[in-house]
Design a protein around this ligand. Structure first.
Ligand SMILES: C[S@@+](CC[C@H](N)C(=O)[O-])C[C@H]1O[C@@H](n2cnc3c(N)ncnc32)[C@H](O)[C@@H]1O
Ligand code: SF4
Length: 464
């Protein structure tokens, strides 16, 4: 069993001590290490090279839809607010153009096993645009029969027709942003989302046929306390989603300027935030949810929990996933593609995106080819993030190294965490134990060869 289920052992002072900026390790090396020296030509070569694998691996497609109707002041996503329908339609046209280019490069035999639309807000497309984009994707790629297709939805402004268009387009799972039902919190972050409206959209979704529901919440928002958040949790438990993500609010106003609209004096204290987190884990555990890791909870019969139990859980840009071995192709601005030895990220604004496509070029702006050391460290970090332990002998066999020698610096970096009862280091394994599960980012950081001191202008949000 994942040791975090022993939630009574959570020591708040200890968590506070480890609350420093750190990556979320949806990739390793992390995005700030991607370089403009990696070009669209490099990306093209990598795609062609991957077709030559025998058999060529199945694929996962990610579409980034950056538009939102209104600005949530806390938002840390890559998004832009617009109500200009032509601007949105123009983007959809260009996504189809990018799909044309990418699909022509990918071997026809490679099935799409996973599809994800993220944002921004994919449901800010209207139902016709949703149907059109989904149909265009089907025409250009071969979908596997057991395609896992998820979409991020925002119930505000949604109709049943949006959901029908998504379902008819092949989507079977939804991820809904709720954040917090408390009205005072909603006002402070400029996201008014009445509970009735949210429940109605969930009812429609279940009625239309969606089989998997994830809900996003955030703790650490203005005016939240254990009491107020508990009330929201009551209602979430009543809604009974399959998975729940409870994100730690990443307040980085030096990177996301609009977050300055949130008054810092209204934010809960670090102690209160930790109490909310501890309480949330306790509450959701009691309601039958398992803590998977890094803010994610799932019912024990959910595929994430099952994958964790049998050691096949995997982590990529969309968070935890059960589909290891897929190659991820990102489409749209800011999206990231991932093959075993490479990451490539698209240009970040519409002007550059349209310019590239008009030149008939792929849209890569930065990327990285992984060295052998990167691949080894990524493997260790991902094992820690997903399974909370690394078997030294397995790593030695796979990479032909002596673990304790190769990672002597990392093991020294782990000393403090070990003394604090967060990791156990034996002759055969590194194991994350007790409160270590909650400071997993800090554990992973010990193995990160790229980390420099980022205290002055941190590139990352706080780990706890
Ligand atoms: C792209 S949004 C989800 C879809 C849709 N735009 C919505 O908000 O309902 C992804 C999720 O990221 C989370 N999020 C956004 N900004 C965040 C921040 N600064 N810190 C932590 N989580 C954040 C929210 O929980 C949000 O639901
Ligand atoms: S949280 Fe979602 S709806 Fe709100 S601004 Fe960010 S992406 Fe848009």
């Amino acid at each position: 069993m994942n040791p975090i289920q022993q939630f009574d052992t959570i020591n708040l002072d200890l968590l506070k001590k480890y609350g420093k900026p750190g990556p979320r390790y949806t990739s390793y090396p992390t995005a700030p290490n991607f370089s403009p020296d990696f070009t669209d030509e490099d990306y093209r070569e990598e795609i062609l090279e991957r077709n030559r694998q025998d058999p060529p691996p199945p694929i996962s497609l990610y579409f980034h839809i950056p538009f939102c109707d209104t600005l949530c002041y806390f938002c840390g996503c890559n998004m832009m607010v617009t109500r200009d329908r032509e601007k949105i339609a123009e983007y959809v046209r260009h996504l189809k153009q990018e799909m044309d280019m990418i699909s022509r490069l990918i071997d026809d035999g490679r099935p799409v096993e996973q599809l994800h639309w993220g944002g921004g807000t994919p449901t800010h497309l209207n139902p016709d645009e949703i149907a059109d984009l989904a149909q265009a994707t089907r025409e250009r790629f071969r979908f596997a029969d057991d395609l896992e297709a998820g979409v991020e939805i925002d119930p505000r402004g949604m109709t049943r027709e949006h959901l029908e268009a998504l379902y008819d387009g092949g989507f079977n799972r939804i991820s809904m942003g709720i954040q917090d039902f408390n009205e005072k919190v909603q006002e402070a972050v400029n996201r008014i989302q009445p509970e009735d409206m949210t429940r109605e959209v969930i009812e429609w979704a279940r009625d239309v046929g969606f089989t998997s529901l994830n809900i996003d919440l955030i703790y650490g928002l203005p005016f939240q306390s254990v009491e107020t958040f508990d009330h929201t949790l009551d209602r979430i438990i009543d809604i009974n989603p399959d998975r729940i993500a409870v994100f730690n609010y990443a307040h980085v106003p030096w990177m996301k300027k609009h977050q300055a609209l949130i008054h810092e004096e209204d934010l809960p204290s670090p102690e209160e935030k930790l109490r909310i987190m501890k309480h949330t884990i306790t509450r959701l555990n009691r309601a039958g949810y398992l803590y998977i890791g890094m803010d994610h909870f799932a019912r024990p019969d959910n595929e994430l929990a099952r994958a964790q139990a049998n050691g096949t859980l995997y982590r990529n840009f969309q968070g935890y996933s059960t589909k290891a071995g897929l190659e991820l192709f990102g489409l749209g601005i800011t999206s990231i593609s991932q093959f075993p030895g490479m990451y490539a990220q698209n240009v970040k604004n519409l002007k550059d995106y349209y310019q590239r496509l008009s030149e008939g070029r792929l849209c890569t702006q930065v990327g990285i080819r992984l060295t052998d050391d990167d691949i080894l460290r990524r493997d260790v970090i991902m094992q820690l993030m997903c399974n909370y332990s690394v078997n030294k002998r397995d790593v030695e066999r796979e990479y032909d190294i002596v673990f304790d020698e190769y990672f002597s610096d990392a093991l020294t970096n782990l000393e403090e965490l070990r003394n604090d009862g967060c990791v156990e280091i034996t002759a055969d394994a590194v194991k994350v134990v007790g409160p270590g599960i909650l400071v997993i980012r800090n554990v992973a950081m010990a193995f990160d060869a790229y980390l420099v001191d980022t205290q002055e202008h941190p590139l990352f949000s706080k780990t706890v």
